[in-house]
Design a protein around this ligand. Structure first.
Ligand SMILES: O=C(CO)[C@H](O)[C@H](O)COP(=O)(O)O
Length: 260
């Protein structure tokens, strides 16, 4: 087992490796964004190289596109692919109904478009992402830069009538500048602590002019693969009512991680 990987990275790797095995030859696959998704892209790259797996990937960010290209995965735009067999992505939180908060990496707009254009969305996560109720992770809301301060005020006023515990917002920064998404927008992080009704909140926020998309993914995720630091994985499919446990063997050399 590689000595230099932290327990959390081992957990992310286990989930990513397990989900990468769901990909079959000829599939069109949505490639998520973030550190867990990056492991999955590396695992798919390994399968492309070593098994000759033929897949077409649709990346959800420039970061993921760059990584996939480097690893020899053929990538196309969503417009070229049109519809996908499967999207595999990380998440910041998931609840018992597999509703999600995403957007910690600022890519949730493209991630949501890609996930909803897929037959199945599989989330890969470590156990720390599981929550009884969404909201401890600040909810990312992508907003158009034009008039963003007005949009922020309207969001804050709207939150007064919502079933949430906290109501402060912050503009995501990249150093001393606002963080800018791949689509040229800003991100407001909503510090809500607990979201009583995620479905209602998502619909309400999406009605505000200037809001492009929220990081709430409601009824989009089909299955979560939860990885553990010892290589154990749990596959939870709420709709099918199944929970499956498996074990993923870690590669026994350090190099395989750096080579992936
Ligand atoms: O939504 C995302 C990016 O927009 C990521 O999937 C989410 O932030 C999880 O990231 P990580 O796997 O690094 O914990």
């Amino acid at each position: 087992m590689p000595a230099d990987l932290s327990p959390i990275d081992k957990a992310k790797f286990a989930a990513a490796k397990c989900a990468s095995l769901l990909v079959e030859d000829g599939m069109k696959v949505g490639l998520g964004t973030g550190s867990t998704a990056a492991w999955m892209v590396r695992c798919l790259g390994e399968r492309v190289r070593e098994e000759g797996l033929r897949i077409t990937g649709v990346p959800t960010s420039t970061r993921t596109a760059d990584l996939a290209r480097q690893l020899g995965i053929e990538i196309v735009s969503l417009d070229e692919a049109k519809w996908l067999d499967l999207t595999i992505d990380g998440a910041d939180e998931f609840d018992p109904e597999l509703n999600l908060i995403k957007g910690g990496g600022g890519a949730h707009l493209l991630e949501k478009i890609v996930a909803t254009a897929s037959d199945r969305m599989v989330v890969i996560a470590d156990a720390a992402k599981e929550v009884a109720q969404l909201g401890a992770f600040p909810l990312p809301v992508e907003v158009v830069p034009f008039g963003w301060q007005t949009t922020r005020t309207i969001i804050e006023e709207t939150l007064i009538s919502m079933d949430v515990l906290g109501r402060t917002t912050s503009l995501r920064q990249n150093g001393s500048q606002p963080f800018v998404t791949d689509e040229g927008n800003y991100i407001l992080d909503l510090h809500l602590n607990r979201i009583g009704n995620p479905r209602q909140l998502a619909v309400t926020l999406n009605q505000i002019a200037g809001v492009v998309e929220t990081g709430l993914f409601i009824d989009i995720c089909d299955m979560v693969v939860i990885g553990g630091a010892e290589g154990q994985v749990e596959l939870r499919d709420i709709a099918a009512g199944t929970v499956r446990q498996e074990r993923i063997d870690f590669p026994d050399t350090v190099n395989i991680f750096t080579d992936l």
